[in-house]
Design a protein around this ligand. Structure first.
Ligand code: OOG
Ligand code: MG
Length: 264
């Protein structure tokens, strides 16, 4: 990937983003200081952030695709998908209470998650390879939290901020990919008992397994593979919905059951 940042700036920006993530405070988007920043620069900062996460003793448990649906692209004003890592300290159990005092301005998304049983490596990874390497799929809620002021960013900045990753919750009813049609699954997101948005799984690049294949192909550009046993989120089906303390969120999926969480 094409880099414009030098190593010292990459290290400094990763420490800067990490401090905003751990301290839950907003910072200006990175391209304000580095207008020429590229997607490659964004991934260089994200890789350094991932190294710091592991150095703190956390495990990388999976990856997420972001900006894979029209609804998300329109909402965020970005038209190219991206990926981010998921670490052990971001996972929360189904039906749990999620704190908001350590987040900046959280939003929730309903997503289809894949758990892999074989490693996947690009380039050229496709839907069939993803489906063959999938142990099961399950519904998930992702809690995203951009560290950039006003939740406004461009692609290099959001990639450096690990795709706004903050928390994630898997749950519902795990299913084999051979037992369901992954293109046509409906999803409904409810907040405090009211339906706030809905969509279908085809919204994610036509088929959520295509989003996972795209993720594997981006990983290949970073010279990484997707290990067996990874938890992979394929991207928000609808636009993301802001949440605050006291809110109760339920994502209901056709064939896959539902996932609930509460915020405090
Ligand atoms: C970037 C992360 C997008 C998704 O599912 O599309 C994402 C953002 O919107 O802040 O997680
Ligand atoms: Mg997401």
């Amino acid at each position: 990937m094409n880099l414009t940042l030098n190593q010292a700036d990459i290290l400094r920006l990763a420490a800067h983003v990490e401090a905003a993530q751990l301290g839950a405070h907003a910072i200006p988007k990175l391209t304000d200081e580095f207008p020429a920043m590229t997607i490659g620069d964004g991934y260089a900062v994200q890789s350094e952030l991932r190294r710091r996460w592991v150095a703190r003793g956390e495990r990388i448990v999976g990856w997420k695709a972001g900006l894979t649906s029209k609804a998300k692209m329109l909402q965020m004003g970005v038209s190219v998908p991206s990926i981010g890592f998921l670490a052990s300290d971001m996972a929360r159990p189904e039906n749990s209470v999620i704190r908001t005092d350590d987040l900046v301005h959280p939003r929730v998304e309903c997503e289809i998650a894949f758990v892999t049983s074989e490693a996947l490596r690009g380039p050229g990874c496709d839907r069939d390879q993803v489906l063959a390497a999938t142990d099961y799929v399950l519904p998930a809620i992702e809690i995203i939290d951009s560290r950039f002021s006003g939740f406004k960013f461009d692609l290099p900045s959001v990639i450096a901020d690990n795709g706004s990753s903050a928390r994630f919750v898997g749950g519902g009813r795990p299913r084999r990919v051979t037992d369901i049609d992954l293109r046509t699954l409906g999803a409904v997101l409810e907040k405090n008992g009211e339906m706030v948005t809905m969509g279908a799984s085809a919204a994610v690049l036509g088929h959520p397994a295509d989003a996972v294949a795209m993720l594997v192909n981006i990983l290949a550009e970073l010279d990484e593979e997707l290990p067996a046993g990874s938890f992979v989120m394929s991207g928000g089906i609808t636009e993301a919905i802001p949440v605050k303390a006291g809110d109760c969120v339920i994502a209901r999926f056709q064939e896959l059951g539902s996932v609930s969480i509460r915020f405090s």
